[in-house]
Design a protein around this ligand. Sequence first.
Ligand code: GLV
Length: 315
Amino acid sequence: MTVLLTRRIPSAALSKLQAAHDVEIYDGPSPISEDELKRRIVGKQALICLLTEKISAEVIATSDLRIIANIAVGYENIDVAAARARGIVVTNTPDVLTEAVAEFTWALILAAVRRLTEGERLLRRGAWQGWTLDFMLGSGLQGKQLGIVGTGRIGRAVAAKAPAFGMRVAFAKRGQPSSPQSEKVAVPLSMDELLVSSDVISLHVPGGQATRHMIDKKSLARMKRSAILVNTSRGSVVDEEALAWALRERLIAAAALDVYEREPAVHPPLLEMENVILAPHLGSATHETRRAMASLAVENVLAVLSGQPPKTPVS
Ligand code: GLV
């Protein structure tokens, strides 16, 4: 059988795939265009793709695929309903990236509260005058509240590290908490209560229509003026224009973003602001995690093409 890869993947995973099937790799500029994808997908039984590629109903309709394996935990880039209607399995890569994204979320939280990137920019432009008592003060985390929006695996992993910094955790009640354990360390609050009372608000919901602009002008206006908003989930969750307004008006103290509404574009006013940290979608970007993500996608393909159930089908 033949598998189409929209990008080269780490070699251990690639070799395992090549040992079992023919493999075609798209090596052009990323991401592959929809037309190119439609052309190449013909006659392929499996597709391994990235979150930057839109796998539309139209692409799916032209294919004989048995599986679409996304190398990402999010899968709003794939028309899952259209795939399901044609009996195509869709898989993602949960679990293997949870800790990497949680660690990166903490990197952003710490960098934002201590103004790390702002300080580095100042130093690099030669503007540092030396140590003074009141220079570039940030805020401490001890005794503060971390508000987690989205209590899936990543939200819970971020929450689990909060006690190390002396923070208490609150999570937004959207349905049931995911595990009884999360209730022991975290207080369930309504979304509004969480917004008004948290010092750091960290977003961990999936992308897609249901969460689009969940953080808008109204919710930003409810936050503390000292609050810090962190987004390592999906850019669509935050209305970037509203965020730029809130940062400009100092309605919140700072934001730290790893994801954007129109990646790789960033809402231009954000690029001019000192009180926002902008990372280029690095949440899961560790050698170990990317290897594990690629391996999991390959395992899913190997399973489905040999008539076995996939390890991590999307629900
Ligand atoms: C990364 O953003 C992912 O969904 O894996």
